[in-house]
Design a protein. Structure first.
Length: 337
């Protein structure tokens, strides 16, 4: 038979103290005399006592665990956000339970919520995939404070999102201010909130300035899709002078297509991306792009989730973006500065 694990009562008996005193030592409470604390710690070591975390969690009604639902780690934003969420949760004394979705669908999300409920988490953070398909069929765990990294979707659920429209506006206006007659656009997947917002703002800015709105080219966030989209733009007839790619990976693909066509960046074609990935400053030339602070997104998500756990109300938070000007954009026909 398996040997019975030592209990806190066994520790108390061995140390010659009350179970309440042994409990205070086990929980790190300060109101215990040093000599008594040392005696209890020695007994714990001799008996190989290990706290029963599940039982303690049930007693206090909390598991000190943050649950995170996400679809894919391939996204730069998801990867960076998860890193920060895990670090901030740990700093607050919480573990992190990750639950990947098998598909970006309501059924997959509901299954993930059920499994997280069985694992017992205190708060839930959802990194919204594309397209998430949030509707009446989505069944969030009842009574569980929930933060969505994405646009506001449901009553009672907090949300944190970047101001994608403002970032796109700054990118397009930067190119127009340089003197480009119009700006071509390589967009992200249809149905992705970030892609839809950036694309809508690109077109709105051009119309506000009375500029032609070229046919938008579809991408899927990958460098390969940026390459294909840029080739379609170049093969359409009139040579573009400026391109706004909805993320830096697609901008990288556009770089290759432009160079293969015998054109120079930015002398012949200016390129602006979005995200400011780590490699953006290493592009040749360094890429002008819109920065999103993914670490801040993760920190804000954990802070908001834990505040809701303490009784705070769900909030809608919008984070600022900022254009980082490098050498990939210049006046039409001009050499890089």
């Amino acid at each position: 038979m398996q040997e019975r694990r030592a209990s806190l009562r066994d520790v108390a008996r061995s140390a010659g103290v009350s179970p309440q005193t042994a409990s205070r030592v086990a929980n790190g409470e300060p109101n215990v005399a040093p000599v008594v604390r040392e005696r209890v710690l020695v007994a714990m070591k001799e008996l190989q006592y290990r706290p029963n975390a599940a039982a303690r969690a049930i007693r206090r009604g909390a598991f000190r665990t943050v649950g995170v639902v996400y679809h894919s780690l391939h996204s730069v934003g998801t990867h960076r956000s998860l890193e920060e969420i895990s670090e901030c949760a740990a700093a607050a004394g919480y573990a992190t339970t990750l639950m990947p979705l098998s598909a970006p669908s309501v059924d997959a999300a509901n299954g993930a919520f059920t499994r997280l409920g069985e694992m017992a988490v205190d708060v839930l953070i959802i990194i919204q995939p594309q397209p998430f398909g949030i509707d009446d069929g989505l069944h969030l765990p009842i009574g569980l404070p929930t933060v969505m990294l994405g646009p506001p979707t449901m009553d009672g659920v907090a949300s944190i999102e970047f101001d994608h429209g403002a970032g796109a506006r700054e990118a397009v206006e930067h190119l127009l201010d340089l003197g480009h007659a119009t700006v071509h656009h390589i967009r992200g997947p249809v149905g992705a909130y970030s892609a839809d917002s950036r694309s809508a703002q690109w077109a709105a800015v051009l119309r506000e300035h009375g500029r032609p709105v070229p046919e938008v080219q579809q991408g899927d966030w990958s460098p390969a899709s940026g390459y294909d989209a840029m080739r379609r733009i170049l093969e359409a007839g009139e040579q573009p002078t400026a391109v706004f790619a909805a993320n830096d990976q697609m901008a990288l693909g556009a770089y290759r297509a432009i160079r293969e066509a015998g054109l120079r960046i930015p002398e012949d074609v200016s390129v602006v991306g979005y995200d400011d990935i780590d490699e953006a400053a290493m592009f040749d030339p360094p890429l002008t792009t819109v920065i999103q602070d993914w670490a801040l997104l993760g920190r804000e998500a954990v802070a908001l989730a834990l505040e809701m756990e303490r009784g705070g109300r769900p909030e809608t938070v919008t984070l600022d973006t900022r254009l980082v000007v490098r050498q990939s954009a210049a006046r039409p026909g001009a050499a890089a500065a």
